[in-house]
Ligand binder design. Structure first.
Ligand code: 5GP
Ligand code: ZN
Length: 114
């Protein structure tokens, strides 16, 4: 997608602090961190949101969870606890229309979320 911000980050047209990259996923620091650790994990393929997932997307979604697990451990937040959040559509607060998981850690989190 030519004008999608996160596709532009995948293509390195927009700079980002990359924490992990392989053939199918990219993880980078959120520009407005909401916790000591706040990474965004995305499929390199443009998928608009969880609501737009298609049958063949299961492998990359599963891989995103594995990458999240490994990044949480690598950044030392796994034992203390972390959040993996994906806001889906406007009412839930989605503001970038390329599916992403927020990986948040390094502080306590309340429930229910705001
Ligand atoms: P959403 O609101 O869709 O759940 O999350 C979008 C996230 O993208 C927000 O947390 C926001 O701070 C982050 N974000 C927006 N623009 C940029 C950018 O240009 N670079 C980076 N690294 N993060 C961004
Ligand atoms: Zn995109």
């Amino acid at each position: 997608m030519r004008d999608c911000l996160f596709c532009r980050i995948v293509r390195k047209e927009v700079p980002a602090s990359v924490a992990f990259e392989d053939e199918t996923v990219l993880a980078f620091c959120d520009i407005h961190p909401q916790a000591p650790l706040h990474l965004l994990l995305i499929p390199k393929k443009h998928i608009r949101s969880v609501d737009a997932l298609e049958a063949g997307d299961g492998a990359v979604v599963g891989h995103l969870f594995e990458v999240a697990r490994d990044l949480a451990r690598a950044h030392g937040v796994a034992a203390g606890g972390y959040r993996l959040v994906t806001n889906t559509n406007e009412g839930a607060g989605q503001s970038v229309w390329h599916m992403h998981f927020h990986l948040l850690g390094g502080r306590p989190f309340g429930w229910p979320p705001g």
